[in-house]
Design a protein around this ligand. Structure first.
Ligand SMILES: [Fe+2]
Ligand SMILES: [Fe+2]
Length: 470
């Protein structure tokens, strides 16, 4: 993958040589020339490694869409896979295509076709074995209300992708929410304008900022999505399998514990052979350092921690606080195994809660309150822009955190699992309390969504009540 994408990046760099030095950057040239920069093409995980989901914006008069996919860059003998066209409320449309029956350990080339318009050819790889590497980050915050205004943060993210892919053979992006600051189409275009973002499986999770607009729903094409939810209009929970890992992506804007419990239970039941379970969601649980958010964090811990415990979630990848933190292995709200920077934790039954710092909006002040005692690794310099390479294998997960543009390793740790954990058993009263909390969360979610519905109406979106609230 790196070889093929480096060809594209070389083209971008050559293009920049055609303009006077210092006038514009390579990204500026690509931004101006590339049709794709305004199409928001995203390739997301499919249900498993044999699938990929594609989505992109199209003009209102386009009546067909498909992906052409081939095993060679000349696109000889390309297979054509048709997709679905969805109206996106403002007259524009989105294409959604799922490519299936991919072979493992292969390199593919694809182009996205809207009517007569073809995108450039992009490439991606499927992983063969259970070992693969992912780039985990959060709070990318592409920001701006116009195509020009989003350039700064879009280029910042593009630079990070260059940095991370030069360091590791990454196959998957895990983005824990707040991809955009106002949920606008131009922000999602900025998010996906680097060719690298179209060569990696880009798994997103909805953040509170993505929920401010209506575009997250159109921009994404999510596998195994939970449609029957008391959730936000923007999309529900979804899961996918890669190697031996079950990735459970939760919409933590949705306070319905009933939804989340049912979704995780079903996904775990459907995938009994996955050795590792990773939750990705936006809101932080244990690593927050802002006093005014602590009451919200306490409520979120009541909702989510019992689910993490009951379903043996190994790693929770979070965001929202913009403060990097890694917890000990936590079970029932207590540390059950200490984690240390550079260390390995073997066969500990519980969850490590991790928050990645923001890609473009590092908090430039120290936290108002100290990290909780459960946090094992924190952040010294609060202006650092950090990202994480996670190496998954059958018996280990290793997380290494880097600062953008620096060779220094900020932190690393390994979790190993060489034996299966028993399903935990809880007392009658603990189960009853969890059910009660989930139910109260569900009632809250309904009222919260009525507020979302009226806000959308006020903003001029003709959205149906039933879709927003239920
Ligand atoms: Fe954020
Ligand atoms: Fe957030």
């Amino acid at each position: 993958m790196k070889k093929a994408t480096s060809v594209l990046l070389a083209v971008i760099l050559m293009a920049s040589c055609l303009v006077p030095a210092g006038a514009v950057s390579a990204w500026d040239v690509y931004w101006a020339d590339s049709k794709e920069a305004a199409r928001g093409i995203i390739m997301q995980p499919g249900e498993d490694e044999t699938q990929r989901n594609f989505s992109w914006y199209m003009d209102a008069d386009v009546t067909s869409c498909h992906v052409e996919i081939s095993d060679n860059p000349q696109m000889a003998n390309a297979e054509i896979i048709s997709g679905e066209i969805i109206d996106a409320y403002r007259g524009d449309k989105v294409a959604k295509v799922t490519v299936s029956e991919l072979e493992l350990g292969e390199t593919y080339y694809y182009t996205c076709v809207s009517g007569d318009e073809k995108s450039a050819v992009y490439t991606f790889e499927t992983v063969e074995a259970d070992s693969f590497s992912a780039l985990y980050l959060s709070d990318i915050h592409i920001s701006g209300d116009s195509r020009d205004a989003v350039k700064d943060t879009a280029f910042m993210f593009a630079d990070l992708l260059n940095d991370a892919t030069a360091r590791a053979d990454v196959n998957l992006i895990l983005s824990a929410g707040d991809q955009a600051s106002d949920g606008l189409r131009c922000e999602y275009e900025g998010l996906t304008f680097s060719p690298l973002s179209r060569s990696l499986s880009f798994a997103t999770t909805i953040g509170n900022h993505d929920r401010k607009g209506v575009d997250y729903r159109y921009f994404t094409n999510l596998p195994n999505e939970d449609k029957i939810v008391i959730s936000s209009y923007q999309g529900g929970n979804y899961y996918f399998v890669k190697g031996e890992v079950l990735f459970l992506c939760l919409d933590s804007n949705n306070a319905s514990g009933t939804d989340h419990y049912r979704f995780v239970k079903n996904a775990v039941k459907e995938n009994p052979d996955c050795k590792w379970r990773v939750v990705m969601m936006h809101h932080d649980l244990y690593g927050g350092t802002i006093e005014s958010r602590e009451s919200e964090n306490r409520l979120l811990r009541l909702l989510y921690s019992p689910i993490m415990d009951e379903f043996n979630i190994d790693l929770a990848l979070l965001g929202h606080s913009h403060h990097y933190s890694v917890s000990d292995v936590v079970y029932n709200g207590k540390s059950v195994a200490e984690l240390a920077n550079g260390g390995t934790v073997e066969n500990a039954q519980g969850t490590v809660y991790m928050v990645s710092a923001s890609v473009s909006r590092p908090r430039d002040e120290e936290g108002e309150i100290p990290y909780s005692d459960l946090i094992a690794i924190g952040m010294d310099e609060h202006t650092d822009r950090l990202y994480n390479i996670i190496d998954f294998s059958s018996d280990a997960i290793t997380v290494t955190t880097y600062e953008v543009g620096s060779d220094e390793v900020h932190a690393n740790f390994t979790l190993t699992k060489t034996e299966d954990f028993d399903a935990p058993s809880f007392s009658f009263f603990r189960k009853l309390f969890a059910k009660l909390v989930n139910f109260i969360g569900t009632i809250y979610a309904v009222f919260n969504n009525i507020g979302v519905f009226s806000d959308l109406k006020e903003d001029g979106f003709d959205v149906p009540f039933i879709e927003v609230v239920f």
